[in-house]
Each structure stands twice: as structure tokens, then as C-alpha cells.
Design a protein around this ligand. Sequence first.
Ligand SMILES: Cc1cc2nc3c(=O)[nH]c(=O)nc-3n(C[C@H](O)[C@H](O)[C@H](O)COP(=O)(O)OP(=O)(O)OC[C@H]3O[C@@H](n4cnc5c(N)ncnc54)[C@H](O)[C@@H]3O)c2cc1C
Length: 284
Amino acid sequence: MIPAPFDYHRPSDLKGVLALLQEHGDEARVIAGGHSLIPMMKLRMAEVPHLIDLQSIDSLKGISIAGTKVTIGALVTQHDIIDHPELGRVAPILKETSLQIADPQVRYMGTVGGNVANGDPGNDMPGLMQCLDATIHLIGPNGTREVAARDYYEAAYMTARDDGEVLTAISFDAPAGGYAYEKQKRKIGDYATAAAAVTIQKAGGKVASASIAMTNLSDTPVWSEAAGAALEGTTCDAAAIKAAVAAMLDDIDPTEDNRGPVAFKRHVAGIILTRAITRAWDRA
Ligand SMILES: Cc1cc2nc3c(=O)[nH]c(=O)nc-3n(C[C@H](O)[C@H](O)[C@H](O)COP(=O)(O)OP(=O)(O)OC[C@H]3O[C@@H](n4cnc5c(N)ncnc54)[C@H](O)[C@@H]3O)c2cc1C
């Protein structure tokens, strides 16, 4: 389908973006890679009379790494992540996740900022960012502010970002230890039926700490404190993994759709999480 008519704006700095958002209010939306917004506009699920392209804003680009502190600009694409050797060394879970998103064509265009800002429960980066306890950086008419990724998602397509704000970057302290991003999808290029992000730190042969989040099993990503706690102090044996999976299954709330009925999704969630924990522990 063809989208409804819109005016296209391409400001060269953030000041210009914020001014356009203020001027046009509900009628304006920023566009980054366009790989979620354009399909929505073509399907007439979103009507955007004023489209504000972020691609000329250089301050939203680039990955910076200082020790274990990683900052990713909103316009960094999934391909940029895959293609960044230092990031691959410091935070390899990002590359592992990005490689499981869509296909190369989408990954050349889809941005981390768009993926995180979008609020689609099927996006993979939000769960990953919750697992990493990342911070989301926003700028708006009243200046800048930071929101924890774990507090950012309110419901499907509803986030803590105000309409007049732009997501500028995502930062996190890269965890040492084991990691895994595991995803089940119906075919290449599909969104997850269930996906799990896991990090595990090991000390003295036991789990010192663990962080676990899952994707597309509720209307928001689900970071389960109880699931991580179930592993802590254990040798990550079968009983501990079973307890972590049980804790996560208590926290998710999947609904039936074209990826299957609720019972199937819960079953897949258990298998995917078991695999992710096992792999993260093997790497820890
Ligand atoms: C065929 C296909 C398969 C896909 N499969 C997957 C998948 O398996 N997993 C997955 O995670 N994703 C998937 N995607 C989505 C893709 O990976 C992009 O990450 C996603 O489209 C969002 O990034 P974008 O830059 O395209 O955002 P856009 O489409 O440009 O924007 C998406 C939304 O975020 C808002 N937005 C964008 N940037 C900002 C910002 N800086 N500040 C505030 N708001 C902003 C926009 O206003 C819009 O509402 C798929 C897309 C396609 C087309």
C-alpha cells in the first residue's frame, strides 16, 4: 500500500528536530532507519503528516568504548554493531543478538535507537538492554534525562519517552563473564516466538550473579529478577536452571497470535531460556 501524504523534514541538528517536534506535536514523528515506521505507514497503521529524518544528525552516530563503559548512538545500525571488532570483544552479546535480527538488508538500515524507542514487544534490543541494565538517554524541550531500560517500557508501543523527546544514545557497563542471546523464530527474518538474553558472572565455581530478560512473551520485554536470583549461589545445575525457568514463566504473560497458542509459547520460552542459560554458563 501507499502511505498517506506527508511532509519530509531533514534538520541538520538536534535543535532543529526538537523545534519541529514542538511545532507539529502529535502530527510529527522522527524516522531513523524506517524499517518499522515505513511499513506501519504503508499499512496505514500509522499516519504521520510530518516525518522528521534523523539521518543528518552526526551527534547520534558512533559507538564509544571507555574501559567497560559502552555508549551507542541512536543511529548506530545493527550492521555497525556486527562490524565493530572492539565492541565484539567488550560486549559480544550485542553482536550475537544483532546477527539474529531480521536479515542483512534490514540490519544495514535498522538502528539501535529505533529498535529500542519503538516499543514493539517483538524487537530484540529492548530485552537485551534490560539484561545489561542499560541506560536510555533522551533529549527534549526541557533538556536531557536518563531512564533505566528496565523502567522504560510501559505497554506495547508505550514507553517512558515523551512525544517531544528524542532518544540520543544507550549506554551500559559491559559485564564480564558468560553471555548468550538465544532466539526461536519461524523462519529467517522473522521476529521471535521467544528470545532470551542471559549474562552470568562466575566466582569459585558458582554463579555470582545472573541477569535474564526475554522478548515477545508479554507486551513489554521481561527482565526477571527472580529468574536471575534462582541461579545465584548455585553451580548452574539442572535444578537451578529449572528454578530459573519456573521463575521466568511466572513473570511472562504471552498471548495467542500467529506464532502459536499460549501453551506453545510458554513451552518454547522454557526451552530457549534453558539453552541460553546453559550457553552463558559454559562461557562464564
Ligand atoms: C522484514 C523485517 C524484519 C525485522 N525483524 C526484526 C527482528 O527479528 N527483531 C528486531 O528486533 N527487529 C526486527 N525488525 C526491525 C528492525 O530491526 C529495526 O530495528 C526497527 O525497524 C527499528 O529501527 P529503525 O531505525 O528502522 O526505526 P524506525 O522505523 O525509523 O522508527 C521506529 C520507531 O521508533 C521511533 N524512533 C526511531 N528512532 C528514534 C529516536 N532516536 N528517538 C525517538 N524515537 C525514535 C520512530 O518515530 C518510530 O516510531 C525487522 C524489520 C523488518 C522490515
